[in-house]
Design a protein around this ligand. Sequence first.
Ligand SMILES: *[C@@H]1O[C@H](CO)[C@@H](O)[C@H](O)[C@H]1NC(C)=O
Ligand SMILES: *[C@@H]1O[C@H](CO)[C@@H](O)[C@H](O)[C@H]1NC(C)=O
Length: 579
Amino acid sequence: MWTVLLLLLASWQAFAQVPLPQPPFLPQNASDGASPSSAGIPNSQWSSLLGNLLYFYEAQRSGKLPSTNRVKWRNDSALTDGQDVKLDLTGGYYDAGDYIKCTFPLSATVMSICWGATDFGKGYDLANQTPYLDDMLRWSLDWLIKAHAANNTLYVQIANEDLDNAYWGGDRDIPLPRPSYQINDTSPGTDAAAGAAAAFAACSNLYSNRVFSNSYSGPATLQNATYAATLLEHAQQLFTFATSASGGQKVYQDSVPEVAAYNSSGYGDELAIAALFLSWATNSSSLYQEAQGYWQQYSLSSYEGVFNWDTKTPGLPVLFAQIAQANPSFGGNASTWQTVAENYFDRIVYGDGPGYQTHGGLLYYGGDSDEASLNPALNAAMLLTRYVPLASTQSRRNDYLNYAKAQVNYALGNNPMQAPYIVGANPNSPQNPHSAMASGGSNISDINTSPPQEAYILYGAVVGGPDKYDRFFDIRGDWPETEVALDYNAPMLTLAAMHVLNDTADPFYTSLKAGAYDSNKPQGMPCDAAYTEGCGGPQLSQGGQIALGVIPGATGFAIVCLLGWWGMLSLKREHDLLY
Ligand SMILES: *[C@@H]1O[C@H](CO)[C@@H](O)[C@H](O)[C@H]1NC(C)=O
Ligand SMILES: *[C@@H]1O[C@H](CO)[C@@H](O)[C@H](O)[C@H]1NC(C)=O
């Protein structure tokens, strides 16, 4: 059995089909992110950023690493995954700063990246990153194929949050056992099955070179009809599993409570988006109609919150409109979907939705943004950017694009901390991402200072992000701000690909002076789900207070903080209830 497994592993790298560049692309030193590049398209700083964002995924790989592995400090790991169920479930990606493999958020990540590489794919080509895109997608999809072990069986998680959260250390001593959790015909998970179907279908479209319309650049050049057909087959099987399991339709945590860290809030959105990507992949107007049916049935039009790994709803009107425009024979009404999309986007851009802008300009949703604040903002920017070619008026085209660019600029350093929130991009980038493997530490009770400096630079990782006062503490144990995750990078990839295509100007961070973050860095501790030490009120450095403009209105600010503190406590209670 071992020989078979080894042979299988040895042939692994043969799956990467677009030849990788020789010499390989490697991230530049952070200091190079402080020097302006010569303007032009492609802008070499944007190209490097796109490369780094993909490189992050390589650092997150699980399993036997191929000889082409560029992340020299990573080792083969978790080579027994799946043995408990007599399957090979090695490979895939670690989800975040720990060593769990999670199918539901991985599927959302892959779907997002394939959709983005369909719209703005020539950005990957221009940046010479298409081989790495192909490599990254295949490392994901080939694992999802293994996880889809039978028509109505999908492994949704490897390893267990309780066991894994008790471990902080390198990739050679990951604790065992690492149980494999599945959904199946009698214990289904409609969201997880449909979410994986959506990922397979979106990527099948990419690998079959389907073009939405000439408003977009078109797909990255990695077409492969054989692979596209394989992906489509998995998408169709998983969609059938989602819609007709004999155990009925339910959220996957009802079947597998161990996925609690990634509980799903519902499955109507996954059913709709899977049906949509499948309608396009198979030229099926009935699947398009089915997707419209889910939109109605699950009252998705009433949703006004964030787009993320769990909730795809805000992306649906955009995709409905894109497909209606690309394929009028489906009977979709592009202008109706435009109206729906613009109702949602207008409220973000013109400021009367549930999201608001922080002082520093970050789109912020109380609750969702209290952990990983950049994710809702970057996902909104990603959807807005994609929607721009479809917008009904010139003023919306301008406003949406400018709004999206401002969110990207914020993430790349145009913020009160003067910190680009991408590891290794610039000297002001975070130094302490919450990542067990990159930290070099092995003492879970002393994550922050053991070792004093993080052992490895986790190039290209988008960190969680600042708090609602635009404060970023850069503390390794502060997972709401400093953790990294597969889904955090996903929208930034699509945005960076778009900037490679269209932007002659450098990413914002090339203008940041060395030491800028250090002079703005807040003192004290944060007030969030990881730390309550900072909950007594704001403790900003003088520079940070000036940047925020809080010195004149300090009293009002303190009141806002107290309210925030109160909100935090109630959130914490909810969190405790969940576990
Ligand atoms: C297309 O993908 C398949 C499946 O991964 C692979 O076997 C084949 O070599 C690829 N073809 C080309 C031309 O890259
Ligand atoms: C990989 O192994 C090397 C040496 O065997 C070790 O120094 C390094 O820290 C390991 N990497 C991780 C992420 O644990």
